[in-house]
Design a binder for this molecule. Structure first.
Ligand SMILES: [Zn+2]
Ligand SMILES: [Zn+2]
Length: 271
């Protein structure tokens, strides 16, 4: 878990991102605040990342993409293009990011004799179905519901006979159910409806209608037969020692394993 936080800055939780490691290959899902510090702690060099996958272009999920692009570029010998998968709109986001980075890119090319070209990102914009497959990994995408943010996608990563679903920000929906079916691990953004609805702040209440509540996530997990539900991107962030409240709420609707991890927790999948 390279970032278990939400848009709200937190001293202990980086912004949303997860690193799925298959046989030493790193698949990074989302790239929120502080992601590269957590990648360093997890021992995954940006230059060695296999793929970056983005669930949607909300700022909390992509705000460190520029850092990843620059750091991969200046620490690669040579810098390889970054393979990136995301919803429609990702190419425009990357074009805009590279425009923002243009002065820095120019200075580094001027200064380092061995850096002669700009960083490259190979973007695949996806909607549904198999979006990547090779001899050991298959990645499937499905559209999710996070309106007015649109389009948004969730991913299922299959390898070594196991499957992990990274749902991102979404309310329950049929396409997500199909993606989750029988998965070993299902990681879901969750909000606490009971806490948020009691806070007299409309801007906070606004988040309820486009996220899964803890009960929603648990019901999705139960309905689709996943083994482990991972509660993530918790809003509001649970004060230390109260994580079990969230797990207990989920357990009312799901009888599998329920986790609420901290940053840098590792979740073993499969055998
Ligand atoms: Zn979002
Ligand atoms: Zn979010």
């Amino acid at each position: 878990m390279t970032g278990t936080g939400s848009p709200l800055p937190d001293a202990h939780r980086a912004g949303p991102s997860q690193l799925v490691v298959v046989n030493g290959r790193g698949f990074l899902i989302d790239c929120g605040r502080g992601c590269l510090m957590r990648l360093a702690a997890a021992g995954m060099a940006p230059a060695g990342l296999d793929h970056l996958l983005i669930t949607h272009l909300h700022s909390d999920h992509v705000c460190d993409v520029n850092d990843l692009i620059t750091t991969r570029w200046i620490t690669g010998f040579p810098a390889l293009p970054l393979p990136m998968i995301g919803p429609v709109g990702t190419q425009q986001f990357i074009d805009d990011t590279l425009t923002m980075l243009a002065p820095d890119i120019g200075w580094r090319i001027d200064h380092h004799e061995d850096i002669t070209s700009s960083p490259e990102v190979s973007v695949s914009e996806v909607e549904a179905g198999v979006v990547f497959e090779d001899h050991e990994v298959r990645i499937i995408a499905a559209p999710t519901e996070h309106k007015p943010v649109h389009p948004t996608v969730a991913y299922r990563i299959e390898a070594e006979g196991a499957a992990v679903v990274l749902a991102g920000d979404t309310v329950p929906c049929p396409a997500l159910d199909d993606l989750c079916a029988g998965a070993d691990v299902y990681v879901q953004t969750v909000v606490r409806e009971d806490i948020i609805s009691a806070i007299p702040l409309q801007r906070l209440k606004d988040v309820l209608d486009y996220h899964s509540s803890v009960a929603d996530a648990a019901k999705t997990a139960q309905r689709t037969g996943v083994s482990t539900l991972v509660l993530n991107h918790c809003v509001p962030a649970p004060p230390a020692g109260t994580e079990s409240e969230w797990v207990d709420l989920a357990a009312e609707h799901f009888d599998g394993e329920i986790l609420l991890p901290d940053d840098l927790d590792r979740i073993p999948v499969g055998d």
